[in-house]
Design a protein around this ligand. Structure first.
Ligand code: SF4
Length: 285
């Protein structure tokens, strides 16, 4: 299978596991082990571009920390004995991708909404210590809605500053676009303040999904507003490691959306770099 094709596949199924699954991740530049804290595929956002496959029956919402730990241990065993890439159906990987980057709390919904968010992070942290896998990161991939909740905050404070990371969504520059894209009635300014505050605990990577609609791609006005949001973070000295701008690569919730070309993503990235000074990476479809 071509590397490009392997990257576009994000199946949750691996060895009959319920929670843990391997992903060949361009954004992580290697292998990421996803931990799905939303096995029932429910989310508190309903993003137009969401690429979670919600067709068919879903398992119960029950989360079991012991089961997650057992699956995570088994998948680390597969990585250690070299069988993971075959079991995942990837075949041989180029050496540039043959590295285990992280455990990522993400999956089919918003991980910070889970009451077991903290205990799962603590268990994974213990597992990495026990296996002497200090270089493997813990990454929280989040829509940002739970970042100021005390239990979530406590859990994040237990992670390793300058090593573990938060990857948070920021696709919008106006309140209207925020609401229309996410289907929530939340406040963009509160979202931005949460990102600033969370970045004082762990470094933040901004995740921006851009797409086209029947009306075309994001307008110059929308891009300017998006840049304003990023400047808000910069001006408050948020610790932003990088901005990752990507587009749709699997069928989105709203079938009218279209991926943007790599050329357009690069143009937008150039503007963001020039206007904010942030490090920016792009990922085409
Ligand atoms: S926050 Fe993530 S999982 Fe939830 S709807 Fe949006 S893209 Fe999908």
């Amino acid at each position: 299978m071509e590397a490009r094709t392997r990257h576009s596949l994000h199946p949750r199924a691996y060895a009959g596991f319920r929670f843990v699954y391997p992903v060949l991740s361009r954004r992580a530049r290697g292998v990421s082990l996803g931990v799905n804290l939303s096995p029932d595929a429910r989310c508190n956002f309903s993003c137009r571009y969401c690429q979670v496959d919600r067709r068919g029956s879903r398992s119960s919402s029950r989360i079991d920390v012991g089961e997650i730990l057992a699956e995570a241990s088994a998948i680390l065993d597969d990585w250690a004995d070299g069988t993971l890439t075959d079991k995942a159906g990837w075949g041989p990987l180029p050496s540039s991708l043959l590295r285990l980057n992280d455990f990522a709390l993400s999956g089919d919904g918003e991980p910070t909404q889970s009451p077991l968010f903290g205990p799962v992070l603590e268990a994974l942290r213990g597992l990495l210590d026990k296996r002497s896998l200090g270089s493997v990161k813990l990454i929280i991939i989040t829509n940002g809605s739970g970042l100021s909740r005390p239990s979530v905050r406590r859990a994040l404070c237990g992670l390793r500053p300058r090593h573990d990371e938060i990857w948070v969504k920021l696709d919008w520059g106006t309140q209207k676009a925020f609401r229309e894209t996410t289907g929530t009635r939340r406040s963009l300014s509160v979202h931005l303040s949460r990102v600033v505050s969370a970045s004082r605990v762990l470094r933040v990577t901004i995740q921006t999904c851009l797409f086209g609609t029947e009306a075309g791609g994001p307008s110059e006005t929308e891009i300017k507003a998006y840049v304003r949001s990023l400047r808000f973070l910069r001006d408050r000295k948020a610790d932003i490691a990088r901005v990752q701008i990507y587009t749709i690569s699997r069928p989105p919730a709203d079938p009218r959306l279209r991926p943007l070309s790599s050329g357009r993503l690069d143009e937008i990235a150039r503007i963001v770099r020039a206007e904010t000074g942030f490090r920016v990476e792009t990922f085409g479809a």
